[in-house]
Design a protein around this ligand. Structure first.
Ligand code: FEO
Ligand code: CA
Ligand code: CA
Length: 685
């Protein structure tokens, strides 16, 4: 019999929590003294704003920041910046409007009931906009056009904050029921909505034929690529190893050139219960209950112990495994191998089956931004967002066919996955994760390419990849062919672990790398790299920040997370400081314009900020850059104990803000915000 009260012991979800699980000694590179940056100077903070002049003199800076590959437009931003600060609402630069497009609980499917925060159900939530909107993709309609006033938005719902979502669940010792779990599962996944600008205002098209909710609760998915059908992916509910129900913790993602939508499965570990040390052999269970552990026989360590420990499985942030046995690693030993992938969705066909593409590897994928290489192959970049984890790229074997959408259907099933190793001389090597070579062999526990992909992290460690300060978004800029890597922070890096590409110990501020493929060839085995900025307050010497001196007291930020490149090739960066916002910057998260070229290179400028407790995700421009969609995630949650005048944790009954409705009957609601210029012009000009 299933206990209908649980999770008094489950831990509150904290997206900024990421205990390192990589024990690779590649992190201890004390001998790797940067040939270009004096290590002592790095640790003393002497590479503050003045380092820009030293950088400008380096051959790399000349290559990346000017000359043929320079982008004059990327040096120009014409708006008046807003000020650092934190309060109950959002703020945008003067001359711009920021309107709520869609909120948690708003209808997505035509028969969705009105949102009732005190009467929620999984059945209603499956038809309504989900929680914690992260990735936002825009697909112009008709497909292939550059229509900037009518398109599909593909939006990820990453996770849930039960303490501000449900009455009574913010209290110590409160318990989660089966119904709450099912609502949480229905809040995850994605929403696909049709949007149109009418009479100057963006609106969701009601009753759209494209409208779709994808959830963790009930959306069937296929598995494809080299690991599909492998015994380590088979479960009692799916003996084929090729069918999974749902997707979880979809953070950022990407849109392919053929108009499909890529959802990145990030912190999948937090959804599993169980014990790797005392594994219980059970008779098969069905997905929703079945045999309890009392019917089981102890057989010792879990068969996936090494694999799961490297990913932090199990973590029990959620109680799902109590009611859905597949989320208990002892009841269903392989289920956790079926998450941590990139999911491809065809948003033009709401009846299509999403596909988990195993060739792209299994890790805590932050995103899946991509670019068509000069030779027609697709190159997709993806960071593994955990302290001391790695940066990856995938190069497709086949070429993108721009004239035949169907021909690209399985392009992501065949190709080579690479992991990055950074060198002190300003180059980096992409190491192929190919079974049979360089130690990815049976002696190290890899018996096939499927094993290499299922245990991507361990395989990358065998190759000697460089452990990074939490790689978040990775964005290729098609105007310059340079690639921007957001490294959000890493408070666990100690001084002996500082290396050229991750130069600061106790890096609570993050930094941004700029990668330059020679001749713009993204498939090349070797790139050059440089640091664009080191985040944090440039006025505080111990921070050792690095910004262009033209950056104002509001233009610097901490903890870069997502980013976007506009139609002029200019970079925009959003932040996620989590509970650490007070120490990291003292301002709320937001989006900053960041110059990458010319004399202004490395200058930040604050454009928009979020209400207290939120982070900013999304950012996505329409093709004409006259509209910017941003996703305000988890308002009222992170770090509200440091919010002056509130100074306590938020609950459903007592949140730090009731953004965006400011209605005493409504809890705070994650929302997609649409930003336009009052005169209809290009954002940022
Ligand atoms: Fe979901 Fe790495 O942020
Ligand atoms: Ca993120
Ligand atoms: Ca984040």
């Amino acid at each position: 019999m299933i206990d209908d009260r649980f999770s008094c012991r489950s831990e509150a979800y904290d997206a900024s929590e990421d205990i390192p699980t990589n024990s690779s000694d590649e992190a201890t590179l004390g001998d790797l003294i940067n040939a270009r940056y004096n290590r002592r100077a790095v640790l003393k903070g002497a590479l503050g704003v003045t380092a820009m002049s030293a950088l400008a003199a380096s051959p790399l800076a000349l290559l990346a920041g000017s000359g043929e590959q320079g982008n004059p437009a990327a040096a120009r931003f014409g708006f008046s910046e807003i000020e650092h600060g934190v309060d109950e609402t959002h703020h945008v630069a003067p001359g711009y409007g920021a309107d709520i497009l869609i909120r948690w609980g708003d209808p997505v499917l035509p028969d969705a009931p009105p949102f009732d925060p005190n009467g929620q159900s999984a059945e209603a939530q499956r038809k309504q906009f989900g929680y914690n909107n992260d990735f936002v993709g825009y697909i112009p309609l008709p497909l292939g056009s550059d229509n900037s006033e009518h398109g599909l938005l593909c939006i990820n719902h990453e996770y849930t904050n039960k303490e501000v979502m449900f009455p009574g669940l913010g209290k110590e010792g409160s318990c989660v029921t089966r119904e709450i779990v099912d609502i949480e599962m229905a809040c995850h996944g994605s929403s696909i909505i049709e949007t149109r600008k009418q009479e100057g205002k963006w609106q969701v098209v009601p009753d759209s034929k494209y409208a779709r909710r994808i959830t963790a609760l009930n959306t069937p998915m296929a598995v494809s690529g080299p690991a599909a059908g492998h015994p380590r992916l088979r479960t009692s509910a799916d003996p084929t190893g090729k069918k999974v129900i749902g997707t979880i913790n979809n953070c950022a993602g990407g849109i392919t050139p053929w108009g499909t939508y890529l959802m990145a499965e990030e912190n999948f570990h937090g959804y599993f219960l169980g014990d790797l040390e005392n594994h219980l052999l059970q008779t098969p269970v069905d997905n929703d209950g079945g045999k309890s552990s009392a019917d089981s026989k102890c057989v010792g360590k879990h068969p996936e112990k090494t694999n799961y420990a490297r990913y932090g499985v199990p973590k029990r942030n959620y109680a799902w495994g109590k009611f859905h046995k597949r989320f208990d690693v002892n009841a269903e030993p392989n289920e956790a191998n079926r998450f941590g992938w990139i999911v491809e969705v065809d948003p033009l066909d709401p009846a299509s089956t999403p596909v988990k593409r195993t060739a792209l590897g299994r890790f805590k994928h932050e995103g899946a931004e991509n670019i068509v290489n000069g030779d027609g192959r697709l190159v997709l970049y993806s960071g593994d967002d955990q302290r001391f984890e790695y940066l990856y790229k995938f190069v497709s074997a086949g070429r993108v066919d721009p004239d035949n959408r169907a021909a690209n259907r399985d392009l992501l099933d065949e190709g080579t996955l690479f992991v990055a190793k950074f060198h002190r001389d300003g180059t980096l090597t992409w190491l192929p994760l190919t079974f049979g070579a360089k130690g990815l062999t049976p002696e190290n526990g890899f018996h096939s390419q499927a094993d290499v992909l299922i245990e991507t992290r361990r395989a990358a460690s065998v190759l000697g990849a460089t452990p990074m300060d939490r790689p978040e978004d990775v964005e290729p800029n098609s105007h310059t062919n340079r690639v921007y890597v957001m490294l959000t922070r890493n408070s666990k890096r100690n001084p002996d672990q500082a290396d050229p590409a991750n130069p600061r110990a106790n890096n609570i501020w993050g930094h941004i790398l700029e990668l330059t493929p020679a001749n713009g060839d993204h498939s090349a085995d070797s790139f050059r790299w440089d640091i664009l900025i080191k985040a944090g307050n440039p006025a505080v010497e111990g921070v050792a920040a690095m910004w262009n001196p033209a950056t104002s007291e509001n233009g610097w930020f901490s903890c870069p997370d997502n980013c976007a490149v506009d139609h002029q090739g200019r970079l925009w960066v959003t932040t996620d400081q989590g509970h650490n916002w007070k120490k990291a910057s003292g301002t709320a998260d937001g989006i900053w314009a960041l110059a990458t070229d010319g004399e202004g290179r490395g200058t930040g400028k604050m454009f928009f900020r979020v209400p207290v407790g939120a982070e900013l995700c999304g950012p996505r421009f329409t093709p004409d850059s006259r509209t910017l969609f941003v996703a305000v995630q988890h308002p009222a949650t992170d770090g509200t104990k440091d919010f002056p005048g509130f100074a306590r944790a938020s609950t459903f009954e007592d949140p730090a803000t009731r953004w965006p409705d400011f209605n005493p009957e409504m809890p705070p609601r994650p929302s997609v915000v649409v930003i336009t210029k009052d005169d209809g012009g290009v954002i940022g000009n």
